[in-house]
Write a protein that binds this ligand. Structure first.
Ligand SMILES: [Zn+2]
Length: 150
């Protein structure tokens, strides 16, 4: 009996995650994708510039980009290959070459200092074009447009 309840909960959790992932894309002040790094601010904003991802920190409360400090570290793992990317911090934001592929997941972990506890978020990079807003799915603006209409 207990087992059955647990698996029902697991199914619910999966459904909730899928529903959340689609149509709940948050776009940041630089037109990139906001990646939630847990309850404590800030979030990360990931922008594709040419063949690089540029990642800045975004304070959702203040609605503005905040520069990363030299003590902060960002680690990024390409989920499919397990490979660690090597973001470089310049002028308060990180730059890293975009991995090959049109559909992959990145796992971002931010630490405030070497001893700090990492805060993790995930980004589903998906180049497929959204039928409604015609933007790539990973920066689909449908959720933003819906919010603007309210
Ligand atoms: Zn869309």
């Amino acid at each position: 009996m207990k087992k059955r309840i647990l698996s029902a909960l697991a199914v619910l959790a999966l459904t909730a995650t899928a529903a959340f992932a689609h149509g709940d894309v948050e776009i940041g002040p630089n037109g990139g994708r906001v990646v939630d790094l847990g309850s404590k601010a800030p979030s990360a904003e990931v922008v594709l510039q040419g063949s690089n991802f540029v990642i800045s920190l975004y304070d959702e409360g203040a609605k503005k980009t905040v520069p990363a400090t030299a003590a902060q570290t960002l680690s990024i793992v390409h989920k499919e290959s397990g490979k660690k990317l090597e973001p470089k911090l310049v002028d308060g934001k990180w730059t890293v070459a975009k991995p090959d592929g049109k559909d992959f997941w990145l796992i971002l972990t931010l630490k405030d200092d070497a001893a700090g506890k990492g805060r993790t978020g995930r980004l589903h990079y998906d180049e497929a074009v959204c039928g409604d807003c015609k933007n790539p799915e990973w920066i689909c603006k449908c959720a933003e447009q819906k919010k603007a209409k309210k």
